[in-house]
Ligand binder design. Structure first.
Ligand code: GLV
Length: 387
């Protein structure tokens, strides 16, 4: 067994173990993948301020996200098709998150359904909603999330139409995979994944199949998005959804200062500064570059979270120091899940936690809640001078 010390180690094992189609789904950005790359490289532009001779004992990474206590402010982001990375992947990831004490967010486009996850976990999780044209379906899925005791609704705003990911088209991405010759040849080398998958009956979109009417190809995320997602989604519709839900409400996919102000006026419990991991509007700025401007614009009027590009505990520290109150990891936990199932998600969380904790200490901080911009060395033009 290799010694695993980084998220990248998990990624290497993941790549060997999981079919190419699902690895590529994770590892894609849209179009030229510029934003996908910038999300990670821009974290590298921020440097850390080393502080010495301060008492660094008794450190704490404990915080709250939307009022809920967390071991560290790092939630698992909603990721479509997670149950294709590892059998019953959403259940495995949710259990790891629950044990670690961080939120798990279930995607609408998950393989395990809301009910599957609820029956196999003991703490409330968060549910991420995509808004479909079929209002009846939307109402019913909101009610299902309520019935499952989900403790927040995360409404995604930046994927009403899909940014094209070339690899998914070329691979013929579907759940379950269609057995074409290239897929069969690939699966022949991924037998451990195949055996694991044979042990579950959950191999298609659990929240959709059997719940939605008039759907063409239920195995294809791309055709489902194109056919069903509501391109008329606007603030009036967001309001309707919030009223139907009636609980903690998070708006995901905000990358613009004016949109952030609007979300604060609207009274969301939190916003997630995000460009969907570089999977949607290629050419958009990285989330970490936009974060400080958005934090400065909304102040304390809404809790600001961020995702897109976090691969280390140092990235988490940088986002928090820039003013985020919470962060999310997507790919970083998927690598762990694909590599080692539930234990791999736990490993990813442990790696990030240890990096965050050690970096805090070396920055002379004992409390994650005390992190601030002074902990960073920020290039003067970091947010950019864009017209
Ligand atoms: C769905 O959320 C995707 O990015 O594929």
């Amino acid at each position: 067994m290799p010694v695993i010390t980084t998220i990248d180690d998990l990624k290497r094992i993941y790549r060997r173990r999981v079919p190419k189609m699902f690895y590529d789904y994770t590892e894609s950005g849209s179009y030229t993948e510029q934003t996908f790359r910038d999300n990670t490289t821009d974290f590298g532009q921020l440097r850390l301020r080393q502080k010495v001779a301060v008492d660094m004992s008794g450190r704490s990474t404990a915080a709250t996200m939307i009022g809920q206590p967390v071991t560290m402010p790092v939630a698992l982001a909603p990721v479509g098709l997670t149950g294709m990375q590892s059998a019953d992947g959403e259940i495995r990831a949710a259990r790891a998150a629950e044990k670690f004490g961080v939120p798990f967010t279930l995607s609408t486009m998950s393989i395990c359904s809301i009910e599957d996850v609820a029956q196999n976990t003991s703490r409330p999780f968060w549910f991420q909603l995509y808004v479909m044209k079929d209002e009846d379906f939307v109402d019913r899925i909101i009610d299902r999330a309520k019935a499952a005791n989900c403790s927040a609704l995360v409404l995604t705003l930046d994927l009403q139409i899909q940014g094209q990911r070339h690899k998914d088209l070329k691979n013929g991405l579907s759940a379950p995979p269609k057995l074409t010759l290239p897929v069969i040849l690939d699966l022949a080398t991924k037998w451990a994944w195949g055996l694991d998958m044979l042990g579950t009956k959950r191999r298609s979109f659990g929240n959709i199949v059997g719940h939605a009417k008039g759907v063409g190809d239920t195995s294809s995320l791309m055709s489902w998005t194109a056919e069903q997602f509501d391109q008329q989604l606007d603030w009036t519709k967001i309001s309707r959804i919030r009223d139907r839900w009636g609980g903690k409400f998070i708006l995901k996919g905000i990358l613009d200062v004016e949109d952030a102000r609007r979300a604060a006026d609207f009274g969301a419990d939190a916003i997630i500064v995000s460009n969907h991991g570089g999977r949607q509007l290629d050419g958009a700025l990285s989330a970490i570059r936009m974060l400080p401007r958005i934090v400065d614009a909304v102040g304390d009027r809404v809790e600001v979270h961020m995702d897109s590009g976090i691969r280390t505990g140092q990235d988490v520290l940088k986002a928090l120091a820039m003013g985020a109150k919470g962060t999310y990891i997507g790919r970083s936990f998927i690598y762990g899940l694909g590599a080692m199932g539930q234990a791999g998600v736990t490993k990813a969380l442990e790696i990030i936690h240890k990096e965050l904790d050690t970096t805090m200490a070396l920055c002379g901080e004992r409390d994650v809640l005390a992190l601030r911009r002074e902990n960073l060395l920020i290039p003067r033009d970091f947010s950019g001078n864009w017209a």
